[in-house]
Design a protein around this ligand. Structure first.
Ligand code: KG4
Ligand code: ZN
Length: 336
């Protein structure tokens, strides 16, 4: 089975083809709109929709061409049905439906966060159920007891800002531009992570929830307090903020492991591409087997949608109508 995957939930237009016979992604293309949104300091939904509309069909053509297959060889189409921005989701869903209808093939709407989670199963070696998942993206921060395919028990989540959102907001405070995560990571390399003692929010609580908005506010007040801000001080703030996030994620993940009998840990989402966070989790969880997707598959991409779609299409699940879900809790996802 060859599955065409389409991702348009935010500001990346991603397309890929997954082949179940070879269990591999045979071709993939990505167009990032980040530079377009940078001047506004964040994603402008209307601009994102228009860009998806412009880029999606050419990317589908290029992906099919690169695969060496004919479009008629495609057996099904998977697209992100949610959660995400309404306009961008609609562009992806309606394009996927149109392609499916023209080929007389099934299409299926995929949960974006399930796709971030499942892409780890494509790696070799790969995790086996049950495992603990930490999903850290621009819209989510979730700890999940991942019992089986489609059985996702949320055991911890953010009460306010998502972790990527905190990176983006702190980058805005430091006037680094959008998207904030990679900019903070680059600047932090030149800074001292011990220079500022920022809070590790909610790590003194027994629960598994997160809260990043107080940490962002702590950075804001520290920054405003400084009369002269050199590049070195900015780098120290970036490094100290990143260290506080990494410590918090590690402490909560450890707590989740101590409360649940799970041996393997899977990390996913855009923030999982952060080198400091990856290192901290690997060294802090040395008794566990820990899995990350390759860096380019942490942030949004079509490969994870094609792959996640294969699990649904394989069981004969397909859409009868066009439905997107801009808000869609992972716990409400149904398989089969
Ligand atoms: O998974 P993703 O591409 O989109 C969502 O599903 O939200 O994640 C995007 C988020 C953004 O907030 C971005 O700043 C953050 O991931 N991010 C990073 C890094 N690369 C992307 N955060 C920290 N360090 C990075 N290197
Ligand atoms: Zn994502």
């Amino acid at each position: 089975m060859k599955i065409l995957g389409i991702e348009t939930s935010c500001d990346e237009t991603g397309v890929a083809i997954f082949d179940t016979e070879t269990n591999s992604i045979v071709s993939e293309k990505l167009f990032s709109q980040a530079s377009k949104h940078s001047e506004y300091g964040g994603v402008v939904p209307e601009l994102a929709s228009r860009d998806h509309l412009k880029k999606l069909i050419p990317l589908i053509r290029m992906t099919i061409e690169e695969s060496g297959f004919d479009i008629k060889d495609i057996d099904g189409i998977a697209y992100t049905a949610g959660p995400g921005l309404r306009g961008p989701l609609l562009i992806g869903a309606s394009t996927a439906k149109a392609v499916a209808l023209s080929l007389n093939k099934p299409s299926v709407g995929v949960h974006h966060m399930e796709a971030h989670l499942l892409i780890n199963l494509l790696e070799n070696p790969s995790p086996s159920f049950p495992f603990l998942t930490l999903l850290i993206s621009g819209g989510h921060c979730l700890l999940i007891n991942t019992k089986a395919l489609g059985e996702y028990e949320i055991i911890g989540q953010t009460l306010d800002d998502a972790v990527g959102e905190a990176f983006d907001k702190v980058a805005k405070i430091l006037e680094l531009g959008y998207p904030g995560g990679p900019k903070i990571e680059a600047l932090a390399k030149k800074g001292n992570p011990k220079a500022f003692n920022f809070p590790r929010p909610m790590t003194d609580k027994d629960n598994l929830d997160f809260s990043f908005s107080g940490l962002k506010t702590a950075v804001f007040y520290e920054y405003k307090k400084l009369s002269k801000i050199s590049e070195k001080t900015k780098a120290d703030i970036a490094a100290s903020f990143q260290e506080a996030v990494a410590d918090t994620l590690l402490l909560k993940t450890k707590k989740a492991l101590s409360k649940n009998d799970l041996k393997e840990v899977v990390i996913g989402g855009g923030v999982a591409s952060n080198g400091c966070i990856r290192e901290k989790l690997v060294s802090g969880l040395e008794d566990q087997t820990i899995y990350f997707p390759p860096i380019e598959r942490c942030t949004d991409n079509g490969a994870m949608i094609a792959y996640a779609g294969s699990f649904h299409l394989n069981t004969g699940k397909f859409d009868k109508s066009l439905e997107i879900k801009p808000r869609w809790p992972l716990s409400e996802l149904k398989h089969g």
